[in-house]
Design a protein. Sequence first.
Length: 105
Amino acid sequence: MKNKQNILSEKISMELPFTVPENYFEQFALQIDQQIGYKVSNHRFVKSWMYFAAMFVGLFLVGGEMFYSANQRNTAKNSENYESYVLSQVSESTVMDYYVNEPTK
């Protein structure tokens, strides 16, 4: 039995009958890109930065509008509070006398 195995292993060599060209796997992607005419450009890089910048401009505008409207509401509320405070410090009869006896200019 051993004899047959030795004969078979001698007849069949351990070398692989097929070979791969040198740097085939390293250059494969580049060769495919060249064959289909695909060119890597800076357009994709610039496009992504433009999206990023547009996002920040949008956030800035929306955030600015939110803070501006909140500031306007606070200003209106403060003026109403001031008027209420002034009216609470003056009696109603004093206000009526002021409007009735308004000095002429």
